[in-house]
Ligand binder design. Structure first.
Ligand code: HEM
Length: 431
């Protein structure tokens, strides 16, 4: 019953638990052998994320390894994990990211030009198209051509196959029963994706000159571990699949939620447009923080305790599975006055706090793409709001559903585009 509630009504289920049990409680998911302790008090979250030796969250390795592979940053641990993080971080640094801006802008503008005028369409799939293209061209460094088109098709199918909350379960079940059915079909797609990825890696190697190239694959190829060795092709393939799986759906969903919130809140929308017209981005950053607070797309980012966790109120022994309930942490009245209101202003003077604002998790496993996701979101929001007049197709708030690991807008956030400026004549439309 708890698994069903979590799958289909995650936020009301969390709220019920908070009302009954307070800041900490445990949930028994059908797929995990141990109960999962959920915490939302920043002191407990700090105690959890400050300890570097805790293990992976339960289930992550079993569910993700068949897709991302055994070398993936998402599933490796200890010294291997730290060495890989060190090698993979530089492409995500601020200076580097700024060099991606023209390409991301071009991708967003091309997508906006495809939107129908005066007709209802769901914005979530349009955001997925943008974030997939950004991963393929900025992260993988694939040039326009046949391989890019094949990768778009094959990876879209792979991602769709893993989308429903049951897909991963049925995948696991069918593997256990001889690898037939949906899992076999999925494996065929994954094999096709692998062939394309290995071909891209081989082409990158043959071309060389990694130091002069901007894409993240080239940077990972140029980087060396402390012992002077480089990433193998298998390692690179697993990290590419990891960046795709971790960075595509999450960013697209965060964008869809931000549009859902903005288009239903005229005050913040008008203020955002005014600030963009003045070339100012503080309110844009605050809007993104507030959207990720109210609609954290990844609901859990847990650990298996390697040592006891102690706070004034909690004692959890080593071996316990613990995760922040991210939405509960973000809607604690003690941390955020009027916790359910959409008020970007709250982050204008006070930047988000490390342990009460955790859409990207925390500690040594904190999302490696956090700054990149926010950078991409800023460009998309800026381009769309300065070029387009968009309206919600219905005034009702979006219902919450589950896709992959995310909490996602169930109807895909239907909108109507009533006017559009050409990219080169971008100017601010009235709010
Ligand atoms: C709004 C968008 C995103 C959200 C909400 C998000 C959220 C998260 C969360 C909650 C975690 C787990 C952190 C933990 O266990 O403490 C994570 C890990 C990760 N994310 Fe993101 N993410 C986003 C975008 C991205 C992007 C754009 C990329 C890369 C292109 C990315 C790559 C990763 C990777 C590689 C990890 C594993 C880090 C590790 O285990 O060391 N994410 N993300």
């Amino acid at each position: 019953m708890q698994t069903l509630k979590w799958s289909f009504r995650p936020l009301p289920f969390m709220q019920e638990c908070r009302e009954r049990y307070g800041d900490a409680f445990s949930v028994k998911f059908a797929t995990f052998e141990r109960p999962m302790v959920m915490i939302s008090d920043p002191a407990a979250i700090k105690a959890l994320y400050k300890e570097r030796s805790h293990g992976l969250p339960p289930g992550r390795e079993v569910i993700l390894t068949p897709i991302v592979g055994p070398h993936s940053l998402l599933v490796i641990e200890g010294a291997d994990h730290l060495a890989h993080r060190k090698l993979m971080l530089p492409p995500f640094h601020g200076e580097r990211m700024r060099s991606y801006e023209p390409l991301v802008e071009e991708i967003v503008d091309a997508e906006i030009d495809r939107w129908p005028l005066g007709e209802e369409f769901a914005i979530h799939p349009r955001m997925q198209a943008i974030t997939l293209e950004v991963i393929l061209r900025v992260v993988f460094g694939v040039a326009e051509g046949e391989r890019l088109q094949r990768l778009r098709e094959v990876l879209t199918t792979v991602l769709e196959e893993t989308a429903s909350p049951f897909a991963q379960l049925t995948g696991l079940v069918s593997r256990r029963f001889g690898g037939r059915g949906p899992w076999a079909k999925f494996e065929k797609q994954l094999k096709a994706a692998d062939e394309l990825l290995y071909a891209e890696i081989a082409e990158h190697r043959a071309r060389g000159g990694f130091e002069e190239r901007d894409d993240m694959l080239s940077m990972m190829m140029a980087a060396r571990f402390e012992d002077g060795s480089e990433m193998s092709d298998e390692d690179l393939r697993d990290q590419l699949m990891t960046l795709l799986l971790a960075g595509h759906e999450t960013t697209a969903t965060a964008l869809a939620w931000t549009f859902d919130l903005l288009l239903r809140h005229a005050g913040p929308l008008a203020r955002l447009r005014d600030s963009l017209a003045e070339g100012e981005e503080d309110y844009l950053r605050a809007t993104i923080s507030e959207s990720l607070r109210l609609r954290p797309v990844v609901p859990l980012a847990g650990r298996r305790l390697s040592v006891d966790l102690e706070t004034d109120d909690l004692h959890l022994p080593a071996g316990t599975d613990v995760t922040p309930a991210i939405w509960l942490a973000h809607t604690r009245a003690e941390s955020y006055p009027e916790p359910f209101a959409f008020r970007p202003e709250r982050f204008l003077d006070d930047p988000p706090d490390t342990y009460s604002w955790i859409p990207f998790g925390g500690g040594i496993r904190r999302c490696i793409g956090a700054a990149f996701a926010e950078f991409e979101m800023r460009i998309v929001l800026r381009e769309v709001l300065t070029r387009c007049e968009l309206h919600k197709a219905s005034p009702a708030p979006e219902k919450i559903g589950r896709r992959n690991i995310t909490i996602s807008p169930r109807a895909g956030t239907p909108v109507v585009l009533t006017s559009r400026h050409p990219a080169q004549e971008r100017e601010l439309l009235p709010a």
